[in-house]
Design a binder for this molecule. Structure first.
Ligand code: SF4
Length: 99
């Protein structure tokens, strides 16, 4: 007996982008996006300068972007320096502190 398979529609598109790093190469990128989630990052082969190559920082962007260790909210140190004691703060507090 075969298991029933539910069909799921996937919206897939390739978006052109430029590397956001402050680097003179300004590599062109192609990002494959499925249902609003980036699933593949590659260099654009038609870029005249780098011809489809991305450096190691950016070629692994998805791992960094979706890492469970990525910092998503402002935090501040509350303990002695080097002890790793931090607490989450609001964006307003972070901006006021920086300003
Ligand atoms: S992908 Fe790497 S080499 Fe290319 S512009 Fe970005 S940082 Fe520079």
């Amino acid at each position: 007996m075969l298991a029933q398979v539910e069909k799921i529609s996937v919206e897939r598109k390739v978006v052109r982008a430029a590397c956001p790093h402050d680097c003179p190469d300004t590599c062109a990128m192609k990002i494959t996006v499925e249902n609003g989630i980036a699933v593949k990052v590659e260099g654009a082969k038609d870029h005249p300068f780098t011809a489809g190559t991305l450096c190691t920082k950016v070629a692994r962007y998805l791992e960094r972007t979706y890492s469970k260790d990525r910092v998503l909210f402002p935090q501040k140190r509350v303990g002695a320096k080097g002890r790793g004691e931090i607490e989450r703060i609001s964006w307003d507090e972070a901006l006021d502190t920086i300003a």
